[in-house]
Design a protein around this ligand. Structure first.
Ligand code: TXE
Length: 502
């Protein structure tokens, strides 16, 4: 690890876009520094894709879609390519995990076992899925047959976030390609290392122009991409404010979109839950991925009957979390992605105290870690659900606990949120788990389990957490146009118009 880190510090990578099978020239463009949040040193220079380069990328994707072989490729041909990408990722897994850790600060133990395997698995999953994905046939109406088929939507703009750069972007790429589309990918300007490397390691697998890359900041490269008339849809994962801005731009061209936005997910722990499992999962849901997860279950509701024991156990464990260099084995929490995310943590710690919350653990920068954007894993007990720390997505290692007395009260509080991504329920009572699961206004409910992403199901949110679902049928809906074809199987009986003079 330190070898690669030292090498990047000595000679930062030079990253650009990739258009029609060629990395674009890196001279003459705006140069953006890309940093390692652990050392605060520059690890890459990103040569920002201008509006012209975005135009070239969209044109290449358009040409490949309209004239190239990909849209007409057989299922077997698409499967071959998707599986080859899967294999290429796995054969570079160690390197990609290191790059992801260097660029994001997420512990290597997690990038190695979760991020990169998941990035690869997306391609294998969609390769298998397209073999079975069908349409519908309706023959109930005598003399008619109605067919529902799904056709590729066209050129997809795929915009990824910085909290799981390769894993989340790979999901979009795999889905878009599987259904016969071409794409232009834009990773976050904070974390472009692994997605850019992906383009290098899969060279030659896809026909020219099928997969293109633009690199740059949201307000430059991102806006050029989403406002380009040549795209057919946008699949976006990121903040709610950015999502809303993109939707505004798409409205002008009546373009489709899929939005995976923020969350503030409730994690409800009833007194009859398996106590140890519930505590383990509360830790995981709040602090995995340095707490920078859209599906974090960091709004923790604890049944008052077990609250003393739960808070005591949870707080001791939060204080014992190992913070430090994410490359070292044993590290559980690395640095925040950048200086402004750390300031955000500080602001919420301050606002929590100002609004009457009790500090249980953390709340400050790490005194012994002067380099790197480290912040102590933090837990606060909030008196009500109205506090900013209970309503706003903090996106860092920050848990906000509240107490409750009964089921109806906790359901109302859990649903009292602008977001609706995930709900976690901990109880050994089957009937209660079913009641609460159906009452929660969230796209996913997880009962007696921490985070699980099952690609066969749809992942996405109610309310301001997004639009559309990622996963098998959800991705099919996102990346295809549904076409209805109605065929008469015998001559139709119809009123004969214009027969007056006949
Ligand atoms: O993300 P942005 P930011 C949340 C989290 C975080 C907040 C802000 O709460 O604190 O969002 O993070 C691109 N047109 N999540 O500001 O800006 C940008 O370049 C087109 C939740 O860093 O949403 C990047 O590629 N693109 C989340 C991507 O959007 C634009 C993951 C995401 O960046 C653009 C990340 C524009 N106008 C943050 N502006 C999750 N759901 O997991 C920016 N981008």
């Amino acid at each position: 690890m330190s070898d690669l880190r030292e090498q990047l510090n000595r000679t930062p990578l030079r990253l650009s876009g990739y258009v029609a099978d060629r990395f674009t020239a890196s001279s003459g463009s705006e140069e953006i520094g890309v940093f390692d949040p652990t050392t605060e040193k520059q690890v890459a220079t990103l040569f920002e894709s201008s509006a012209d380069e975005v135009d070239a990328a969209v044109s290449a994707a358009r040409m490949a879609f309209d004239k190239g072989p990909w849209g007409r490729a057989t299922v077997a041909e698409r499967q071959l390519a998707l599986n080859a990408i899967h294999d290429a990722i796995l054969s570079h897994a160690d390197e990609l995990a290191l790059l992801e850790t260097i660029n994001t600060g997420i512990p290597l133990a997690q990038t190695r076992t979760v991020h990169i395997p998941r990035a690869a698995y997306n391609f294998r999953f969609f390769a298998e899925y397209i073999n079975q994905a069908g349409g519908d046939v309706f023959t109930q109406e005598p003399g008619l047959m109605s067919l529902v088929t799904y056709e590729p939507i066209g050129v997809c703009a795929l915009i990824g976030p910085w909290n799981m750069p390769l894993g989340l972007t790979a999901m979009k790429i795999a889905g878009a390609l599987a259904f016969g589309n071409t794409c232009v990918v834009k990773p976050s300007e904070l974390t472009p290392l692994t997605v850019t490397r992906l383009f290098e390691i899969i060279e030659g697998i896809l026909p020219e122009g099928v997969m293109n890359l633009v690199n740059g900041r949201g307000h430059v490269t991102g806006t050029s991409l989403v406002s380009h008339p040549g795209i057919d849809m946008v699949s976006f994962t990121g903040g709610t404010v950015t999502g809303a801005a993109i939707l505004g731009s798409l409205a002008k061209g009546i373009k489709g979109s899929a939005m995976e936005l923020g969350g503030k997910s409730a994690n409800i722990v009833f007194a009859d839950s398996d106590f140890e499992q519930a505590v383990d999962a509360a830790l995981m849901s709040s602090f995995m991925n340095n707490g920078q997860m859209c599906l974090a279950g960091s709004r923790i509701f604890v049944d008052r009957k077990i609250s003393d024991r739960f808070i005591d156990s949870f707080t001791r464990r939060v204080k014992a979390l190992k913070i430090g260099d994410p490359a070292l084995s044993g590290t559980e929490i690395g640095p925040m992605i950048n200086h402004s995310q750390r300031e955000r943590m500080e602001r919420y710690a301050g606002s929590g105290l100002g609004e009457g919350a009790t500090l249980l653990a953390g709340g400050h920068r790490c005194a012994n870690l002067n380099t790197g954007f480290f912040f102590e894993p933090t837990a606060m007990l909030a008196p009500t659900n109205e506090l900013a720390i209970c309503q706003e997505e903090i996106f860092g290692p920050f848990a906000a606990l509240q107490l409750f007395d009964d089921e109806d009260e906790v359901i109302a509080k859990a649903n009292d949120s602008d977001f609706g991504l995930v709900g976690y329920v901990w109880t050994e009572d089957l009937n209660r788990s079913m009641r609460v699961a159906s009452a929660l206004r969230t796209g996913t409910v997880l009962v007696n389990t921490p985070i699980v992403r099952d690609l066969r199901t749809g992942f996405g949110g109610y309310k301001q957490s997004g639009l559309g679902r990622e996963g098998a049928k959800g991705s099919q809906a996102m990346f295809t146009e549904m076409k209805t074809t109605i065929i008469a199987r015998e001559p139709r009986k119809m009123p004969r118009m214009g027969m007056a003079g006949a």
